[in-house]
Design a binder for this molecule. Structure first.
Ligand code: SAJ
Length: 436
């Protein structure tokens, strides 16, 4: 017991040695917050370019304040490595690695499995391990715990294990790693107690303890599945309202006047990001083990996945109304990122829309002020610069991502036809302006 008390004391003294595995949009902000709280932090990543950038104090994550990173690196509070033997020096390690899907929409747990194997091989006794990556309920107990126990550790006595889901909303100016409430579920009470105390010493937010890792894993999946399904409802309403010639945006705005029992979600060109379109399929996968078919989740996923085709068909219809065809049409695509004011285009539905339009021989100019180069299906491509005096040369301007930086009035004044999937003007449709 005295070893457990010693760990609690090291948290109070800020002498606990902390590690973060995976230095991406979740791990790097967390590593910075841990170092800012006064701990010595070692970040671990298999990508040496990230390790080198961090050790030079170079930031590559939009939600991290570059000056903070440089200051912490200069003060030697934060450093990065690709050497897993350094785990032996650590008292607590957070795992923040990707949990993507494979092409069959099956979970790819390889990053989590590789991380826990590397950690288990190198840690000393009495290390706390917290998995933060979004995953299906059961991951911590069924994957991480056996690896530790097969190596002779006893969870809750010689090693501590918990799950605490990340809640990062890239680009959110109000909520960040430091001030967003954190859910924590340990394998044993001491695991929960240790992990909670550590997060309380780092974050300025509520720490919500739950009785097991599975509760914490499932609540995160519920959070994101809730968004996925409600966005699918908004998309289905948009499809139906279009057929009925009703402005779905005005409908949602009116429904939002209800002060209780309604939460607005909006239609769009499809669902992007590495969470919302992906996480529900982790639950679908796990549900099969219990012989249950998550009908609602799968139907919502299909509706969201169909939105790129809905958009392309709408663009084709609009061009036809104006005696034009998709083939050889000149289309200005505004925005590539999966949501506004960020530079991330992973899983962006705009990539699928570009592919579909090019398959129909449309001539595209793709502009995104946050993205200069991008790759898709092995093709490295560059985006274009917006030339205001040439906007009138395009048969159609497609507003795909409503970046704040765009000069919407100038775009409107100079465009022949606009198809807007983000209600950027909050105005009625006209003979030149169409909305999803
Ligand atoms: N979208 C719509 N309509 C909406 C809301 C979003 O079409 O009404 C689209 C967006 O354009 C985007 C996708 O859905 O393509 C995902 O949007 P998002 O706002 O959920 O943003 P993410 O995936 O970057 O971050 C989300 C977090 N966002 C919010 O809670 C607002 C949160 O769900 C998780 O903390 C995070 O994923 C995560 O890492 O799990």
């Amino acid at each position: 017991m005295e070893k457990f008390e010693k760990l609690l004391r090291k948290i109070e003294e800020r002498t606990l040695k902390l590690g973060v595995v995976g230095l991406g949009y979740v791990g790097l902000p967390l590593a910075v917050e841990k170092a800012k709280a006064g701990y010595d932090v070692i970040g671990f990543d298999v990508q040496t370019d990230k390790v080198e950038k961090i050790n030079k104090g170079i930031n590559y994550i939009g939600d991290v304040v570059s000056e903070d990173l440089l200051d912490l690196v200069n003060k030697k509070k934060l450093r990065a490595t690709d050497d897993p033997t350094l785990f032996s020096e650590l008292d607590a390690i957070a795992i923040c690695v990707p949990t993507p899907l494979d092409i069959y929409k099956q979970p790819n747990m390889s990053y989590v499995v590789d991380s826990i194997n590397l950690i288990t091989k190198n840690i000393s006794n009495n290390t706390l391990i917290v998995l933060e990556s979004t995953t299906y309920p059961g991951t911590t107990e069924e994957i991480l715990r056996p690896v530790l126990e097969d190596s002779g550790f006893i969870v809750g006595e010689t090693v501590y294990l918990a799950y605490s889901p990340e809640r990062v909303d890239p680009g959110n100016k109000h909520f960040n790693t430091k001030n967003t409430p954190k859910v924590v579920g340990g394998v044993t009470e001491n695991c929960t107690k240790l992990a909670s105390k550590l997060y309380r010493s780092i974050l300025k937010s509520d720490i919500h303890e739950v009785s097991s890792p599975s509760i914490a894993e499932m609540e995160k999946i519920l959070e994101n599945t809730f968004r996925n399904i409600n966005i699918a409802l908004a998309n289905e309403m948009a499809i139906l309202c279009d057929k009925m010639n009703i402005d779905v945006w005005e409908v949602i705005d009116a429904a939002s006047s209800k002060p209780y029992g309604f939460m607005p979600f909006y239609p769009g060109p499809g669902l992007g990001g590495h969470c919302i379109p992906i996480d529900p399929w982790y639950l679908t996968y796990k549900a099969r083990e219990y012989n249950y078919h998550t009908k609602l989740i799968e139907t919502a996923g299909e509706i969201n996945d169909d939105m790129p085709m809905v958009v392309v068909n709408k663009i084709s219809e609009i061009l036809n109304i104006n005696s034009l065809s998709l083939k050889e049409s000149k289309i200005l695509v505004l925005g590539l990122a999966y949501k506004k004011d960020i530079d991330d285009y992973r899983e962006s539905p705009i990539l699928k829309i570009i592919e579909l339009l090019e398959n129909r021989q449309a001539n595209l100019t793709i502009v995104d002020p946050f993205i200069d180069n991008y790759s898709y299906k092995g093709l490295e491509r560059k985006t274009d610069k917006l030339e205001v005096d040439k906007i009138g040369d395009y048969d159609l301007v497609f507003i795909a991502t409503n970046h704040t930086k765009f000069d919407y009035q100038t775009i409107y004044d100079n465009s022949k036809i606009i198809f807007d999937t983000r209600n950027s003007y909050n105005r009625k449709e006209s003979e030149k302006y169409y909305k999803i």
